[in-house]
Ligand binder design. Structure first.
Ligand code: V1S
Ligand code: CA
Ligand code: ZN
Length: 408
């Protein structure tokens, strides 16, 4: 009755465990798992569950996480809590993971870049361990769904944590669920393409596969001077010249598209579609992993792009059109309402219901009506006026140059 139908010709599955929602990284921390609650309510509010198979994810096992991460790091993540942190820090085998203190460091860092100091990028918070293994479990369940041919597209909005390293948390990411998913996909598919539209560079995934020609990583991100004081935009990597580890067979299998602040829909579309098409054409992947970080949207609390939900969604549609097994993951996104709008819209696109969502949810379907009064998709003014709108310092010639440089 709400017009939502199952897609014809392909199957979509949605993997989630509400256990990830009730987490608090800290008072001032921008990462709000509550955005996932909003997304879930919006998806259910529109009835998109009728268009796909929905699964409650189980937590990942320690063994699964060890496929990429250092065993000591995995043990630490499993055992850590604000109560156990101090004691664990004193365990000798964890001492070698304490990073050296840099001048000007404002927070005290423990092993693996974890910290209980307020304001840390990767804080230790109550329930953290459960949260980590749950978002990872959802990604691995989604991956398994593709591997067994039960889905053509599998979605986990709580995953996509692209900065985590083998034995170090970084940029709000602790377990790199993306790397774990790709490792699994490599058991079946000879070549996997990873595409990352989060506003930040997908450094953890690139690094994990930098010696590996069977994975091509392609990240679009803000890159360049951050502010007047010359600080780099996090994580400060992802230059155009960075194309994989030189001298290894992985060289040329990493692509980076560094972008200045303020890029708009038209410019982003041009970059995304020309470069992605060229990469797919040359690499001929057998499966694609798409990280859909929503911090590339205009009005994001941390991002600096001016992309609308419509264009963000068009990236998903463009990748879906390739007809390859597709794993869709979340990532960053710090203006919670826009994150939910974007990811709900993209769930609709994945299930061929992109044109079925009215701007306002039918009231009888809304679990918490007050939370969703904005537009869910489409064009027009999506971002409230009070939010900052980054000056567009993209030069057309510069965009042209990037596309040319990436031709090979
Ligand atoms: N930009 C930004 C930003 N803001 C914060 C932050 C703010 C308040 C807090 F209470 C805690 C942290 N950290 C950062 C960035 C990390 C951005 C991570 C993006 C993650 C993703 O979207 O790509 C994927 C989920 N960190 C930094 O800029 C590093 C510092 C250099 C500054 C902040 N301090 C806390 C650490 C060092
Ligand atoms: Ca990116
Ligand atoms: Zn990000």
């Amino acid at each position: 009755s709400n017009g939502i139908t199952r897609p014809k010709g392909h199957k979509v599955s949605f993997h989630y465990n509400s256990g990830v929602e009730d987490m608090h990284f800290g008072k001032t921390h921008p990462m709000k798992p509550w955005r996932l609650t909003l997304t879930k309510h919006l998806v259910l509010g529109y009835g998109l569950q009728y268009a796909m198979d929905t699964y409650v994810a189980m937590p990942a096992s320690e063994e699964q996480v060890r496929a990429f991460h250092d065993p000591d790091y995995v043990d630490f993540l499993k055992a850590v809590s604000p109560q156990t942190f101090e004691t664990l820090c004193k365990v000798p085998r964890y001492q070698r993971f304490i990073p050296p203190k840099h001048e000007g460091d404002t927070v005290d860092l423990g092993p693996f870049n974890l910290s209980t100091s307020p304001g840390a990028d990767c804080p230790v918070f109550d329930g953290m361990s459960e949260y980590l293994f749950l978002y990872t479990g959802a990604t691995l369940a989604a991956t398994n769904q593709l591997l067994t041919g039960q889905s053509d597209i599998a979605i986990n909005w709580s995953g996509g944590l692209h900065h985590a390293h083998k034995s170090e948390a970084s940029g709000f990411c602790y377990i790199n669920d993306i790397v774990l998913a790709i490792i699994d996909l490599l058991h079946l598919y000879p070549r996997v393409l990873y595409i990352d539209i989060d506003v930040h560079h997908g450094d953890g995934v690139e690094e994990a596969f930098q010696r590996q020609p069977r994975v091509m990583t392609l990240s679009y991100h803000r890159y360049g001077p951050y502010d007047e004081t010359g600080h780099k935009f996090f994580p400060g990597t992802g230059d155009l010249a960075d194309t994989g580890l030189k001298g290894t067979i992985g060289e040329h299998f990493a692509l980076n598209v560094p972008i200045p602040s303020g890029i708009d829909d038209r410019q982003y579309k041009y970059l995304f579609e020309s470069i992605t098409a060229r990469a797919i054409d040359a690499y001929k992947p057998k499966a694609i992993v798409l990280q859909c970080g929503a911090d590339s949207l205009g009005g994001d609390r941390l991002g600096q792009f001016n992309i609308n939900i419509k264009q963000h969604g068009e990236c998903v549609s463009f990748v879906k059109k390739q007809g390859l097994p597709l794993l869709i993951l979340g990532g960053g996104g710090y203006t919670a309402r826009n994150v939910a709008r974007a990811w709900c819209h993209e769930t609709a696109l994945a299930t061929d219901n992109g044109s079925q969502l009215p701007d306002r949810i039918p009231l009888d379907l809304v679990p918490r009506p007050q939370a969703f009064t904005g537009r869910a998709h489409g064009d027009g003014l999506l971002f409230p006026k009070f939010q900052r709108d980054h000056k567009n310092d993209c030069v057309e010639a510069e965009l042209e140059y990037m596309v040319k440089r990436l031709e090979w």
